[in-house]
Design a protein around this ligand. Sequence first.
Ligand code: IMP
Ligand code: MG
Length: 178
Amino acid sequence: MSAIILHDKTFVPMISAEEIATRVAQVGQQIATDLADRNPLIVGVLNGAFVFMADLVRQLPINCETSFLRVASYSGMQSTGQVRELIGLDQDLTGRTLVIVEDIIDSGRTMVHLLEQLKSRGAADIRIATLLVKPQNLEVDLKVDYCAFEIPNDFIVGYGLDYDGLGRNYPDIYVYQG
Ligand code: IMP
Ligand code: MG
C-alpha cells in the first residue's frame, strides 16, 4: 500500500483491506448470533456505508432483509441550524428489529437524529453497526452496539468514505497526512 492523493491532499495507509475483512467477519458473527431469529432489517446509510454494508451482510448466515436510506442535510430556517431529512426506507417498520449500518460515527448527531425518526415509525429494536467511531469526537450519548474500529480524531478515506467525492473506491482505509 502506498499513499494516495485526492484533490490537493495526501492520505497514507491506516487499516488494510485484510484487517477490515477480519473485523467485519467478527462483527457479522456477533450480529448473526444476537439476531438470528428476528429477521432483522439491515439498513445501510448512503453513500458512505455501501461498501461496509455489502461486506457485512455477506457475513450474516441468517434470514434478514436489506434496505438503504439517505440523510439529506441542509440549513433550515430555525436557529438550530442543520435539518437532517431521512429519504427512502418506505417499508413498514412497526415491530421490526433494525440494524443501522453506518460508515463512521463522528459527532454522533446524524445517528441520534436517525434513531429518533426510526423510533417514531414504530421500530421495536434499533441497533447501530458502524465500521468506525471517533470516541473523542462524540458529542451525544449514543450506544453503539457493533463497531469494527475505534480511531483517533483524524480524517480518513477509503472503503466507502470520501474526501470531497473522491476515495470511496479504495479497498483500504487511509488517513489524512497533509
Ligand atoms: P456525525 O453526524 O458528526 O457523526 O457525522 C457522520 C458523517 O460525517 C459520516 O457519515 C461521514 O459522512 C462524515 N464523516 C465524519 N468523519 C469523516 C471522516 O473522517 N472521513 C469521511 N467522512 C467523515
Ligand atoms: Mg455517512
